[in-house]
Design a binder for this molecule. Sequence first.
Ligand SMILES: NC(=O)N[C@@H](CC(=O)O)C(=O)O
Ligand SMILES: [Zn+2]
Ligand SMILES: [Zn+2]
Length: 344
Amino acid sequence: MQQITIRRPDDWHLHLRDGAMLAAVAPETARYFGRAIIMPNLIPPVVKSSDASAYRDRILAALPEGSDFQPLMTLYLTEDSDPADVKRAKEEGLIHAVKLYPAGATTNSASGVTNFDKVRGVLETMAEIGLPLCVHGEVVDHDVDIFDREAEFIDRVLDPLRRSTPGLRVIMEHITTKEGADYARSGGDDLGATITTHHLVINRNAILVGGIKPHYYCLPVAKREEHRLALRAAAISGDPSFFLGTDSAPHLDHLKENACGCAGCFTASNTMSILAEVFEQEGALDKLEGFTSLHGPKFYGLEPNAAEMTLVKGDPVIYPDKIDTPEGPVTVFDPMMPLHWRVA
Ligand SMILES: NC(=O)N[C@@H](CC(=O)O)C(=O)O
Ligand SMILES: [Zn+2]
Ligand SMILES: [Zn+2]
């Protein structure tokens, strides 16, 4: 029997939603992960520190009895965000990051930023107090092809923004391209990048070959195979710039299997089994712990979890293909390969 033991992992990019969906999906993450950075793109979004505090209470109330899972809260950056409120929330230990959505880039991003001059004050405050900015890095310009939107964002928005705000710590969320990985690697200690589980597994063919497959549609959309390989190389490299952010993003099946299907893959239930399989395929099981459990806390200035997780290799793992909610099912990401690593 083959097994590995690693520090308990964290998820540095997670959507838990609210209400019945929160109650259904929170246990899936809390079962495996010690902490998670909680994305603030609710409707209405988590903009003020009081919103984050109330949302944190609702998450804690949704956890299974006895769970020690810690939600790490974020604020949603709007053009009206108040630097003083952001600073207070960080000083109180309530928030660990602020999230930037370019307006219109993704699910529930309508309240995001269009005019970057209007968020200058908040970004400067964040640079002063060392509060990281999590970035959904895609331009929204209609003249830019959807497969090029991440690479364009680096040149048009991210690099100028970082140059004009020295000291700002940035996490490029859910990178999907070779350009994203190269830029993250070149950025020094103030720049990191999360990589999702699903972008290590699928390329764009998964969405489009043999019929349209809405459960593989997420944003940023999966790219060509060369980009998936670049993400795999980054994830297994041992470079602390790269860490796990699953971007597990539950949507009801009927809203994905739809003429205008929502973006998001739900991977909370099988992420660790998938990652162990991927790292084993790459001959890099020894790099799994860094990616899932060490590099993220280091970037965020936190200690790794004290607890450990053991993964055991054996017969193909059985996991649910759907999670039930009172409003309907949510499909669990199908990695299209058997998974042999079970969390003990
Ligand atoms: N990744 C996605 O495809 N969807 C996310 C939003 C996001 O992280 O961009 C969601 O909230 O559903
Ligand atoms: Zn995003
Ligand atoms: Zn996300």
